[in-house]
Design a protein around this ligand. Structure first.
Ligand SMILES: NC(=O)c1ccc[n+]([C@@H]2O[C@H](COP(=O)([O-])OP(=O)(O)OC[C@H]3O[C@@H](n4cnc5c(N)ncnc54)[C@H](O)[C@@H]3O)[C@@H](O)[C@H]2O)c1
Length: 236
């Protein structure tokens, strides 16, 4: 049975990835900082292993990996999904918040690989969740954009360093509506070439493709999953 880890697995895109991995028969461990999210997940999907962990803190990631090593002895799939976003003008964005965003979104991936590297099996795979904000911006997105751009670069660096044992790819989601899909407007949907805003499952399906043998010849890539939004030219 494949041992798989999903960070930020308690809610949203991470939860959809956990569901997909369980559906595909993987032993799945969800790491999340939020105990309420983990409790609800465990209630809904009793077969999932839940571990409370702040992935932005190296020592907590190390502890989680040690637990996984003791109980499961290996890692086949790792999905680095946990992320936070703050959009704040440069003048008021505190240094603490800048560092927090980079720790949770970017450094967390380094921690998981640093402490878990020896556990990766042959034919293992890592998927990192970046964002289309790695590629384009609105105002006040410096911290989030930098963290996501860093993920895309870290992904190809890791793909080289961990080859040929472990394939490493990233997904850059566009607008994935988690909480209020039914209240979206016609204009919201129309911004997308596909005519609709994305759902968490759109990312979960891509993540599974990139983890599974179906993508055995793909490594070091960033796959944009955004309904074509970043391909739409806009003249104002
Ligand atoms: N939803 C979107 O439109 C969208 C678009 C592009 C990229 N993304 C990225 O996808 C990922 C998931 O986003 P989402 O919309 O599902 O978010 P979400 O807020 O619905 O879920 C994120 C989960 O991560 C957990 N988490 C947050 N900080 C953590 C930490 N320090 N340690 C461990 N767990 C932590 C939260 O508790 C939560 O369960 C993020 O990396 C986000 O940047 C989302």
């Amino acid at each position: 049975m494949k041992t798989s880890i999903v960070t930020g697995g308690g809610h949203g895109i991470g939860k959809a990835i956990v569901e997909k991995l369980l559906h595909e028969g993987c032993q799945t461990i969800a790491l999340d900082i939020n105990s309420a999210h983990l409790q609800a997940l465990k209630q809904e999907l009793p077969q999932v292993e839940t571990l409370q962990c702040n992935v932005g803190v190296a020592a907590e990631v190390n502890d989680a990996i040690k637990f996984i090593e003791k109980k499961y002895g290996k890692i086949d799939y790792l999905v680095n999904n946990a992320g936070i976003s703050v959009f704040e003008p440069i003048e008021t964005l505190s240094l603490e918040m800048w560092n927090e965003i980079l720790s949770v979104n970017l450094s967390s991936i380094f921690y998981a690989v640093k402490y878990g590297k020896h556990l990766f099996t042959d034919n293992s795979a890592i998927v990192n969740i970046a964002s289309t904000r790695a590629l384009m911006s609105e105002a006040n997105g410096e911290a989030y954009g930098a963290s996501k751009g860093g993920i895309v670069a870290l992904t190809h660096a890791l793909a080289v360093s961990l080859s040929p044992k472990t394939r490493v790819n990233s997904i850059s989601p566009g607008w994935i509506e988690i909480n209020n899909y039914d209240t979206l407007s016609t204009a919201d949907h129309a911004q997308h070439l596909t005519g609709k805003v994305g759902k968490a499952n759109d990312i979960a399906e891509t993540a599974w493709f990139l983890l599974s043998e179906k993508s055995a010849f793909i490594s070091g890539q960033n796959i944009v999953v955004d309904g074509g939004m970043t391909r739409k030219m806009i003249y104002v």
